[in-house]
Design a protein around this ligand. Structure first.
Ligand code: C5P
Length: 214
């Protein structure tokens, strides 16, 4: 599977469809977040799957265990490839989420990057999620190797905050696609460097090629 996940942070079905079609040679998984999901929900998921691609449903579930379990079941019924939960929901919630049979991959947010934390706390949460049967975590580029060392190679690390060398915007803890993959990221999540490029297909191609030669 290709390593770049495109964050479909556009809020218009037609735009999203155009992007999926244009970038499909270089991307296998598209991330759908709450805004697009609340606007076009099932339609957007169907469109991505009809184009032969997979969905990463990034709704960051955090609720009582029974509700999170049912949410995972519903995401499974939609046929998504992966979804997110918050590690802060605790052991019981994480175990309830992972107990769903034949479920999508579950990746946990350790600590939101908008919050102050320490690498030790991120690793502590990553280990907790692993012990609860969760498949991996969303991690800043800075913590990839630490998490891989502590949780093992098979534990997925999915990394946003990716910027090709020349980008300049609000993401502070960034890495280039090459650096993140070299550190051990299983997937990189890229939004604006592709979405805001003059030619999104070309930007996706450049990122695809830059991680191919790793
Ligand atoms: O546009 P950009 O490449 O920064 O997009 C990154 C995507 O990853 C966005 O959808 C953003 O919400 C998401 N994300 C992030 N940092 C996290 C978790 C998710 O940037 N810690």
């Amino acid at each position: 599977m290709k390593k770049t996940i495109l964050a479909l942070d556009v809020y218009d079905f037609q735009k999203a469809e155009k992007l999926v079609k244009e970038t499909s040679p270089y991307i296998d998984v598209y991330k759908v977040g709450p805004i697009l999901f609340l606007q076009s929900g099932k339609e957007i998921i169907k469109m991505i799957k009809d184009n032969g691609k997979e969905v990463f449903l990034d709704l960051k579930f955090h609720d009582i265990p029974a509700t999170v379990k049912r949410s995972v079941e519903s995401a499974k019924d939609l046929g998504v490839f992966s979804l997110t939960v918050h590690s802060i929901g605790g052991e019981e919630m994480l175990e309830a989420a992972s107990s769903v049979e034949n479920r999508p991959k579950i990746w946990a947010v350790t600590v939101l990057t908008s919050q102050i934390t320490t690498p030790e706390e991120v690793v502590r949460r990553a280990k907790l999620t692993k012990a609860c049967g969760i498949d991996g975590v969303i991690s800043s580029p800075l913590e990839i190797s630490l998490i891989k060392n502590e949780c093992g190679k098979k534990f997925n690390v999915v990394t946003p905050g990716i910027r090709p060398a020349k980008a300049n915007d609000d993401q502070k803890r960034v890495a280039t696609p090459e650096m993140a993959i070299k550190e051990g990221a299983d997937f990189i999540v890229v939004g604006r460097p592709i979405l805001e490029a003059e030619n999104p297909a070309e930007a996706a191609k450049n990122i695809y090629e830059s991680v191919l030669i790793q």
